[in-house]
Design a protein around this ligand. Structure first.
Ligand SMILES: [Fe+2]
Ligand SMILES: [Fe+2]
Length: 286
């Protein structure tokens, strides 16, 4: 996956957990180089743009995203809420995010190949875990349901939908009910999330014939990334096909490289399936 695209598609870069304020040396510059080479149509950032939610960190994140050469949207993560003073977390916790990053933490995007709904999954009452309100899911589902034929329906949150008992990172309260709403009322095709700092790609959810493709991406810039290195996803979205490429910057190299691609296609009644196994570590420097 470089400049050439295999089919008429929309190219989307999925970033998460940039953590401005606590980044590994050189990672932000290397990421910018990789993204510019991929010439995306849109960049989606699924939260934790900052380490402590400080105004200076939020401003740096916005300036960085503005310099990537493509439109972008972002939803907040738990690290983007103010830490101090504590009352600010309970009284308009997204005030700085709206002012300095994006006035729409729940942005909507209507593109040729895609309808996208961002949902704010932060919970100011706790530190790590998230929550998703049924009303927010219903509103996003109504937006997706109003899409045209040929558009993939995509939802992005910071917290993951697959709640795991005992998950130290904290799950997303209300995830199961919200997922049902998004599947049945919004016919969602693809979910994007971050938070776990872990690469997770695959079929996420099945109920009858309904399957959803999931893209959980780790961090491209945080020292608390996966052992194999910092990473992000590049997705090519067609009417009936989704390709998700994993790009990684390993500890022994300066640049991001594509290390594997997963392919999914749409079957009858919006059932998605994986059509090819993950490619073995491909060597493709930016
Ligand atoms: Fe994070
Ligand atoms: Fe997080």
């Amino acid at each position: 996956m470089n400049d050439t695209r295999t089919h008429d598609c929309l190219r989307l870069i999925h970033l998460s957990d940039l953590h401005f304020g606590d980044q590994t040396a050189g990672s932000a510059a290397a990421l910018k180089q990789a993204i510019r080479s991929l010439k995306p149509d849109l960049i989606v950032v699924t939260g934790d743009l900052t380490q402590r939610g400080r105004a200076s960190e939020l401003g740096s994140a916005r300036d960085y995203l503005d310099g990537l050469g493509a439109p972008w949207v972002a939803t907040p993560g738990n690290h983007d809420l103010p830490r101090w003073p504590p009352w600010r977390r309970l009284v308009d916790p997204l005030q700085d995010f709206r002012r300095l990053v994006s006035p729409r933490p729940d942005a909507r995007v209507d593109a040729d190949r895609m309808r996208l709904a961002l949902i704010d999954s932060t919970n100011p009452a706790v530190w790590k875990a998230g929550r998703i309100q049924p009303e927010a899911a219903r509103e996003a589902a109504a937006y997706l349901a109003g899409g045209r034929s040929g558009q993939l329906r995509v939802v992005a949150t910071h917290h993951p939908f697959d709640d795991r008992p005992g998950d130290k990172m904290g799950g997303m309260h209300g995830a199961a009910e919200a997922l049902k709403i998004l599947c049945h009322e919004g016919e969602v095709d693809l979910l994007l999330w971050g938070h776990r700092h872990r690469t997770e790609i695959g079929i996420l959810y099945q109920e009858g014939l309904r399957c959803v493709v999931g893209s959980g991406t780790a961090s491209p810039t945080s020292p608390r990334c996966e052992k194999k290195g910092e990473s992000f996803h590049a997705l090519d979205l067609g009417e009936h096909a989704i390709s998700i490429a994993l790009w990684r910057r390993s500890p022994d190299t300066e640049r991001f490289r594509r290390v594997g691609t997963r392919h999914f296609d749409r079957q009858k009644e919006n059932h998605w399936r994986e059509v090819e196994p993950e490619l073995e570590e491909e060597e493709e420097a930016v």
